[in-house]
Design a protein around this ligand. Structure first.
Ligand code: F6P
Length: 486
């Protein structure tokens, strides 16, 4: 589990996120195995992680993480032996019941639903006394992060707080450490006031005021930043300067910025060159044969709109029967948030619809939908390399890196069918085929257009998509967050 060091050094740069850059599992012999996390945040940190003054604060998410924490004084996981490029990690062991209420109930079942506008409103949301108890735990969870950051930060340190899990942290810290420079960054969309107002008024205000404890509040798209500013005007009656994009908090000026995030071209290409990716590519090619390949790669996440994506594929096979037996839809829908009942039900709907399509159209030689639910990153990369069409149709998405990673790794050029409601549409709208994610017929027709696109055009568009996709590498995105604090 790495070396144990009971000296808690003060850091100049701190990152806080619910899910951290490392996770643990317990081997058969009871020993702990360390795994480096992936994703934009981890890649982004590499730009500063060489600096030993960086401390990353995250939550222990599993029993194995908790075991690792219990074996490391202060929950500090030392860099020794772990390829984090110099960053130190501190995992916080939050009591399991508190964590479950904060993460599953408030963060994932409430705030995520609000910002992605996912509620089935005749039934949910419903804010009762039980929710107030969960909200208290969300506060306690935020307070535990604030405590770890306040005690770990050097004088005048910069703190980059990530996402909706930690909306209250900036204000909690500011009261205790006015010397710190604090950024909050949202990886999700932000709800428009008309939707945000579903939250109890005091809780909505507490969230906004919590984030405005920061010096700088960042979003992935101008659309989400504007929605946040509108919420500040509507619910706090705050003085918003739309020219400078600032909020006046009683004389303290908070800046609201847009920092897009692109694919990590270098990291992706290096990983995709590995042998395990080549093996999977060969297996996929054999499975697909000379058929065209429509690919999607998602967590099984309500906002990803997998069911309407399958419905669009079904409509394609009905309206454009010439594609039957000539196309395979490979749908990777990896497990996510299984503790939330809606996610379990959604996973079931995805599976059912895929089976129905196969029963309706499948033949002895052709399986129209190949649904894979076991997460295999190497296989995802291999499939990006060979897909003809990439379908990314979320209901709402902060950015969506699949839309950017696919074109970067494509070998023959892939056409991108992309939801207008993904932040990525800001950057890729010119060469993607944009669709309204609720319009199944439009999506079906877009799949047809993508499949029918002449090879040369598909390659040209894909080259331009890849260029746009890597314009904002994660390292730059993270450095921008810190620079915004100067
Ligand atoms: O990007 C939004 C986000 O919630 C991240 O904060 C998170 O790491 C990711 O989606 C996956 O969600 P989870 O950590 O709940 O599996």
């Amino acid at each position: 589990t790495g070396e144990v060091d009971d000296q808690v050094d003060k850091a100049q740069i701190l990152v806080a996120s619910n899910r951290g850059p490392v996770s643990f599992s317990v081997d058969d012999d009871g020993s702990l195995r360390f795994r480096r996390g992936g994703g934009g945040l981890v890649s982004g940190l590499s730009s500063v992680a060489g600096d030993a003054d960086t401390l990353w604060v995250c939550a222990a998410l599993s029993d194995a993480d908790r075991k690792a924490v219990s074996e490391s004084p202060e929950g500090r996981i030392d860099q020794a032996g772990f390829d984090l490029g110099g960053a130190r990690v501190r995992m916080i062991d939050i009591p399991a019941a508190t964590f479950a209420n904060a993460y599953n109930s408030v963060a994932n079942s409430t705030l995520w639903f609000v910002h992605h506008m996912l509620y089935d409103t005749p039934n949910k949301p419903l804010f009762d006394a039980g929710f107030r108890t969960e909200w208290d735990d969300y506060r306690a969870y935020n307070a535990a992060f604030a405590e770890a950051l306040v005690t770990g930060a050097a004088d005048g340190a910069k703190v980059a707080v990530q996402d909706y899990h930690l909306a209250l942290v900036p204000r909690m810290m500011r009261g205790r450490r006015p010397d710190l420079r604090i950024a909050h960054f949202s990886h999700t969309p932000w709800a428009p006031p008309e939707y945000f107002r579903m939250l109890p008024a005091d809780i909505g205000r507490e969230l906004l005021e919590g984030m405005l404890g920061a010096d700088h509040v960042g979003f992935l798209s101008r659309r989400w930043a504007d929605a946040f500013l509108r919420c500040c005007e509507t619910f706090l009656r705050a003085d918003v300067n739309w020219d400078n994009r600032t909020v006046d908090c009683g004389g303290r000026i908070v800046r609201v910025g847009v920092h897009g995030l692109g694919a990590d071209a270098e990291g992706l290409r290096a990983r995709a060159a590995a042998e395990d990716v080549a093996e999977r590519r060969a297996a996929l090619r054999e499975m697909v044969g000379d058929r065209r390949l429509i690919l999607r790669v998602d967590r099984t996440e309500l906002s990803k709109n997998i069911v309407r994506g399958l419905a669009a594929y079904r409509e394609l096979l009905v309206k454009r029967p010439e594609w039957r037996e000539r196309v395979t839809h490979l749908a990777f829908a990896y497990p996510s948030r299984g503790d939330v009942p809606e996610y379990r039900a959604y996973t079931e709907s995805v599976r059912r619809l895929a089976e129905e399509i196969n029963a309706e159209f499948g033949t002895d030689d052709w399986t129209p939908v190949v649904l894979e639910v076991n997460d295999d990153y190497a296989r995802s990369l291999a499939s990006y390399q060979i897909a003809d069409v990439l379908l990314v149709n979320p209901i709402r998405d902060g950015m969506n890196l699949v839309a950017k990673e696919g074109p970067v790794l494509s070998q023959e050029g892939c056409a991108l069918v992309l939801s207008t409601e993904a932040g990525a549409a800001d950057d890729l709208g010119r060469d993607a085929i944009l669709v309204n994610p609720y319009d199944v017929s439009e999506t079906a027709e877009a799949l047809h257009t993508a499949l029918s696109m002449p090879d040369a055009e598909r390659r040209e568009r894909c080259t331009r998509l890849a260029e746009a996709a890597v314009a904002l590498p994660p390292q730059r995105w993270f450095a921008d967050q810190l620079r915004a604090l100067v």
